[in-house]
Design a protein around this ligand. Structure first.
Ligand SMILES: NC(=O)c1ccc[n+]([C@@H]2O[C@H](COP(=O)([O-])OP(=O)(O)OC[C@H]3O[C@@H](n4cnc5c(N)ncnc54)[C@H](O)[C@@H]3O)[C@@H](O)[C@H]2O)c1
Length: 293
């Protein structure tokens, strides 16, 4: 492929680590935007699953006229599905780590990537909860480490938060912002780290208020959802959204935040704790705030 097809100067090859819900779609976004992209996971079955899910999704998009067959074919030609992390890292310019949310695994990954990627490569994490300062010191290039945070589903959602840690250079932030833009996304740049970044802090505030209204007996949760949808034009009420995301996920995110801040305000609200302990995780368990068949 010729240089000119790469939309951002200095970035030709993007490596995405972790072929799960987020990584697979992020890699597709990157390939569709014109970058030679590798999607890496630890076992063949995971990359094969990601490939088949992306193929189905792209076929649907073509059938519905959202993308042309040609764009999709060219993007798949640029996208490699692999378990050879070192091979891909050796010639990559920008890494987006979207592996499982485990600090130990991420620190090990960042240390390995630091050894195997070229010195100029930026190492970014898509983590929602682990700020990049917690992985940057596992590398010898903390100035080239930041959070690069997509939203689910990454092929659709436009926001990407770029979050520097205390050591991230201005150049790294600029490159990350430009890359997000070239992906067709709307980058939001933070000035410093904070748990939840911007969007999830906003969402958390709304969720906390909704839970307080319910716990204080001011309104039923169904009515609070109706208010959010019909007065604020939110596509979904906060309780419906908790059921979709998973009550367990909501609970665990608050616990992780509490571990980072030590602030009792960060703890899950009592109503969430009750549902979590009852195993009512939302849609995935058939019961959450609402019941599902
Ligand atoms: N799911 C979301 O809504 C969402 C939104 C934004 C950000 N995130 C962040 O994205 C990251 C991934 O989340 P997800 O929901 O895609 O998780 P997931 O569980 O769907 O996928 C994680 C993938 O990482 C792979 N993996 C584990 N260890 C690995 C390693 N050492 N090397 C390579 N791959 C490895 C797993 O096999 C799995 O396929 C997390 O850090 C999470 O905080 C998630």
């Amino acid at each position: 492929m010729s240089e000119s097809t790469h939309p951002l100067a200095g970035i030709e090859h993007v490596t995405v680590i972790g072929a799960g819900a987020m990584g697979s779609q992020i890699a597709m976004v990157s390939a569709l935007a014109g970058y030679t992209t590798a999607l890496v996971d630890i076992a063949d079955e995971y990359v094969a699953r990601a490939k088949s899910q992306l193929e189905s999704r792209m076929n649907r998009d073509v059938e519905k006229g959202r993308r042309s067959q040609e764009d999709v074919t060219v993007a798949f030609d640029r996208l490699t599905f692999t378990t050879d992390r070192d091979g891909s890292a050796a010639h990559t310019d920008f890494v987006i780590e979207a592996a499982v949310e485990d600090l130990g695994i991420k620190r090990e990954l960042f240390a390995d990537l630091d050894r195997t990627c070229p010195p100029h490569a930026i190492l970014a994490t898509n983590s929602s909860n682990i700020v990049s300062s917690r992985v940057a010191d596992a590398t010898g290039r903390p100035d080239k480490v930041c959070n690069f945070h997509f939203f689910n589903p990454a092929l659709v959602m436009e926001c990407v938060e770029v979050v520097p840690n205390d050591h991230t250079s201005g150049e790294t932030v600029e490159t990350a912002v430009a890359l997000a833009r070239s992906f067709g996304k709307k980058p939001v740049t933070l000035k410093r780290e904070t748990p939840g970044f911007v969007a999830n802090r906003l969402l958390g505030a709304l969720r906390t208020e909704a839970l307080k209204l319910y716990e204080e007996g001011i309104a039923d949760f169904e009515d609070i959802d109706v208010a959010a949808k019909t007065a604020l034009r939110h596509p979904m009420g906060p309780f419906e959204l908790m059921d979709l995301v998973g009550v367990d996920v909501v609970y665990l995110i608050r616990m992780a935040e509490y571990e980072q801040t030590g602030n009792p305000e960060s703890l899950p609200r009592p109503a969430i704790k009750e549902l979590y302990e009852a195993g009512r995780f939302g849609r995935k368990s058939g019961q959450g705030w609402y019941s599902y068949d």
